[in-house]
Design a protein around this ligand. Structure first.
Ligand code: LLP
Length: 423
């Protein structure tokens, strides 16, 4: 469920008409609904309510400071994967003891930054990483709580580019090797074993891979405890999918995911940590764009819009589907016809959809790409020297620009001409 609905024939974000935002900030832009973000966070929180737990929002999905602050105010912890994300979480007011550091290639500089600023736990992904972390923490005179991210060799049944739990993926330590690795960590004085971490992939639409992975984590918990380790926290990662195609998709609900957690791990006496990203932010955001030209091609029509693959790369990168709707509601019974919706960038990959059934749309008409709140703005670039587009947050009848569009001067001023080229 989200808060983007037609009212009086105009698509609204909560109580604000998208036409009003478009007139104020220009297109294209991202718009997020506070009520939807809050609701999605709460749904997860409630799904685990009867267990000791912390929902750590995977901020890679959408790391705008305003979004982080809103979720932090609800009690969310943060899952970060870089020094930059850590600094953002801190800037949004999240205390270090609610920030988890994940990621397959943490650098020495990032370790120092995070150890100095305070951290809830490190999720270790390799043996070289654990030796380096022990060294850096020893130099700083601190002890670090750690888990090991285990790779359970489970097929998450999702897009190959976002599956992470198979043995051929670069993530984690093979579960078969885990006991030996924990034994090695126990010898490192600056590392304190507190639990286990697992994350098998993103946009999962089936709970069975989770059940399978969690059963393996359960077995490992028992083995590690028998080996004398303290396992008091289980980080189960994120990955629950969202309905990108509303007419077709019905992914499992957080409540049902919570049941699987309870059934497989609920009696171990562990604190449960989860790292959802997409389910919190995905359907809380739209990308709003306008038609530049309607062009008749050979046997097909194109809507050339002012958003492009640099603004929303998911269709080009993962062949992802986003529902696309006109901002002005078509009258009941309006006929639809197939069109290709494309951006202005000079490559054919800059295609959002092919032969999509759409009501008639003309130059200047506004359309909204749904489910664009996660992995939209954060993955955007300035390819073709197109400025990053603004992000807008709505709450009730208020809206605010939470990241302005840069000016061309700001963009140009970031580049420097070396002395030897200067006139
Ligand atoms: N935890 C870890 C360790 C992760 O690697 C990820 C996502 C998450 C949590 C959050 O997963 P989520 O709940 O959002 O599925 N750019 C891609 C998605 C990449 C996901 C990477 N890791 C896309 O646009 O589909």
């Amino acid at each position: 469920m989200d808060h983007f609905i037609y009212r009086n024939g105009v698509l609204h974000a909560e109580d604000v008409a998208l036409t009003e935002i478009a007139a104020s900030v220009g297109t294209p832009f991202y718009v997020y609904s506070s009520a939807t973000l809050t609701r999605h966070f709460r749904v997860f929180d409630e799904a685990l309510a009867d267990m000791d737990h912390l929902v750590c929002y995977a901020m890679k999905a959408n790391s705008n400071l305003a979004v982080l602050k809103l979720l932090a105010d609800q009690g969310a912890g943060m899952d970060v994967v870089s020094g930059g994300e850590y600094l953002r979480a801190k800037a949004a007011g999240v205390p270090g003891d609610k920030i988890v550091f994940s990621g397959v290639g943490k650098t020495r500089a990032e370790m120092e930054l995070v150890l100095k600023g305070g951290i809830r736990q490190f999720n270790l992904e390799s043996e070289p990483e654990m030796y380096l972390l022990n060294k850096v923490a020893s130099e700083l005179g601190v002890t670090v709580p750690v888990t090991v991210r285990v790779n359970p060799d489970v097929d998450a049944k999702t897009h190959a580019k976002i599956a992470t739990g198979k043995s051929e993926n670069k993530f984690g330590i093979p579960i078969a090797k885990a006991r030996a690795v924990y034994a090695e960590i126990a010898k490192l004085p600056a590392l304190e074993i507190i639990g286990i971490d697992v994350h098998i992939g993103s946009q999962l639409t089936d709970l069975e891979p989770y059940r399978h992975a969690f059963e393996k984590v359960r077995e490992l918990t028992e083995h590690l405890r028998a080996d004398g380790h303290t396992i008091k926290r289980l980080d189960l990662g994120g990955g629950l999918g969202i309905p990108y195609e509303r007419s077709n998709d019905a992914p499992p609900l957080p409540m049902d995911y919570g049941k699987v957690v309870r059934e497989t791990l609920g009696d171990l006496g562990c604190e449960i940590e989860i790292e959802p990203g997409r389910l919190i932010a995905g359907n809380a955001g739209l990308l709003v764009s306008s038609v530049i030209y309607r062009k008749q091609g050979e046997g097909r029509d194109f809507l050339i819009v002012d958003a492009a693959m640099n603004d929303l790369v998911r269709p080009a990168m993962y062949d992802a589907h986003h529902d696309i709707v006109p901002v002005l509601e078509p009258a009941a019974g309006t006929e639809t016809a197939p069109v290709d919706i494309v951006g202005p960038i000079c490559e054919s990959g800059d295609t959002f959809t092919k032969q999509r059934q759409m009501p008639p749309m003309q130059d200047g008409d506004l359309m909204a790409f749904r489910s664009a709140g996660a992995y939209g703005a954060v993955m955007s670039s300035e390819y073709n020297s197109r400025p990053l587009i603004p992000e807008v947050l709505v709450q009730g009848d208020q809206f605010a620009v939470i990241r302005p569009r840069p000016t061309f001067d700001e963009m140009l001023n970031r580049d420097k001409i070396p002395e030897w080229l200067a006139d």
